[in-house]
Ligand binder design. Sequence first.
Ligand code: ZN
Length: 818
Amino acid sequence: MRPGVAFSRFFLVFCLFVMPCAASTAEDSPHDTYEALNSLRVNPAAVYEITAADRIELRRGDGHFTFDLGKLAFFAPYKGQVTGVVFSGRGHVVAAPRDPVEKQQMARFLGAPVLDEAFSDLYLRFTDDTAAELLRELGSAGVQPIQDTEFAVRWDPIAAQVNPPQSLRILFAMESAHTQPFFYAAVEGNTRGPFDIAVDPDRFEAALIGQPKRVGAENFYDVWASYPLPGQPASRRRFTALDYEINTSVLADTSLDAKADIRMRAEAGGERTIGFQLARALAVESVAGQHGEPLTFFQNEGMNLQDRLSRGTDYLFVILPDAPEKGSEFTLHFRYRGRVIENAGNGVLFVDARESWYPHFGATADFANYDLTIRWPKKLKLVATGIKRSETEDGDLRVGHWQSEKPVSVAGFNLGDYMSTSVAFDASSVDVYANRQLERSLDGQLESHALQAPRILTPLSPEGHTGANVMAMSPPPPRPADALKGLAREIEESIRFYENLSGPFPFQKLSVSQIPGTFGQGWPGLLYLSTFSYLPAEAQLRAGLSVSGQEHFSELVPFHEVAHQWWGNIVGWDSYRDQWIDEAMANYLALLFADTQKHTGDHSLRMWLTRYRDNLVAKIPETDETFSDIGALDLGTRLNSSKSPLGFDQVIYSKGAWVMHMLREELRQPNAKNPDERFNTLLHTLVTKYSYRALSTQDLQHEVEAVMTKSMDLEGGHSMEWFFDQWVRGTGIPAYRVDFKVSSTEKGFLVRGKLFQDNVARSFLAPVPLYAGSTAGHSTYLGTVVASGPETPFHFISKTDPHKIIIDPQMTLLCVTQ
Ligand SMILES: [Zn+2]
């Protein structure tokens, strides 16, 4: 295979790298070094022909490469250091992660828990001793270098295309005093196509095996495995952001012209490079240091706007001239402009790059102060996070000034031709904003449905209506603004409900703004809610939502986002492994709130839990998988892959809510004055102890252990490890059935039987409550059997003759019963 074609699809997982950095005394500017590294090509005098008799090998992390037959060549050195190797021919790679969660993912993507693949082409870049090691191997096999210009030239276009992100990574390594060597392999697999193997200690998890995949118009990155290597030091924070001062103008064409000043602190000495998130649609004009001195930065190097939008990254890297000392503070000044506000038609605007419309530093648990000054066209309304200090008019523009009242991990705004309403509560208020018109896509959909609507709604209508008559009978188009009052009241009610569970509402104001699309986001004091959440049920159905979709947008989405005010905006998360906690909690609390709403009829906690369970165990259409099997909760966004584009939503919201529900049920003390006291204590502890910082899965387990009851200690040792292993780090939902016999004794009816557990590992433990069902349809609690293994025997004495045994009728356990 000619590598030129195969490698064109290589996508390098640069965005997954956590950037290192540190002091350097390089004479060249960072841009010079980058250009030099980028222009490195295969050295035609360093080509080695490997025959079947030679066995050349390389081990990196859990990966084992063998080069059986073909040509291996080294890049030309940069300042004496060789940073690249290529190979074409017949090679083989084997990689076998040991972690059970990673094995499960490997098996899911590869059909086996190991990667075992022959390859035709290989591109390596590294700062470790790969070159020296390979040279030694070649030397001991007696392979001598040959001059092969044709082979070298064949790799030129590939190197030109694949080098840039790796060159940047090597540059950062060269600039850093502390960085550990990294290794990256782009492999052209014979059966699996192109995939990546990386060993980079500066990543959150050093080892990565994965593959870019395109399905239809969507690009995915399928992570086959990602895990820390033994001995890898915990990733340390190099810098933190303390204050953001952002000054931006929304111009008449809705593009942004912005300035951001970020006060930072060096948490580790000797680091020079800082990575920021910034939407690729925004072009940085300048970055300046403390005293206005221009700083070197890298943003989608060498790409024009078209390239940037199609294959750029949303990252910006700034290189400081000197490494600040540990603990020292300094300010960076950014100027940038571009288009991050989208127009959805009919005057509906929305901010598309909500996380990256400013150079945003760090993870979600980076809490900082924000000061926003925004100018925008006078005819629009604009809402933003923080307390509004002022709003004035300046010619055709309005100028607003907002400051965060508490440290927040993100700031944002939204704008439109809004109508609004406000509901006051205590010292706070809920302000809901809606567009006057529907976005064009929905408008069109509703109109086309309206044309057919009368035939469905009025079956007695005579045939042969003219179009005009049909139109006259169509219901008027819904206006999002009609929902304002009702939505504001419900949101205010949910805040009061959550205050009982999670403590006082953390902000002075909650602004609720509309966004086209099918999702919501809950930011500090600012919600982005899908238009669907603003529509009446009838219009939601006409717009194409299913009944369950309609209920989801009306009953859960707004209140899920409100719950994020505590879970996400006070209690943060740091790594993708822990993101499930805030999502699961926000969704479970939304279910509890929905359960209190009378107008929802039977749309109670039970109904949602049933729906979620059924969805988790049902086959995903056109696949042989179920959402309960695709991956563990702690895989977070990795659940979204080419195999399951909606995996995150489907698993995290439903199974996550179930996990919170099971914890609540297990902590429940039915005879206590407040049966939920332990669960409530847990929630309050989490919100107070982890306020304005990250809560990890480990922390959560620890806090559950602090309130756990005796009956939760299934393994002994006062540990909830079993629960978190099975439900958070594991997959699968158990299925149960019972066999039993009843005999009459002096004490009552003796019920003897067996509980059968299926669909999960033999070691799976679960407390399964059994109830005796009478012919009259009543059920009485018999007792709880701790299922362990495929068969667990039990016996009970019952006062009544159990007509049948009902497994967990109160829905305390995520399981299916047969
Ligand atoms: Zn959420």
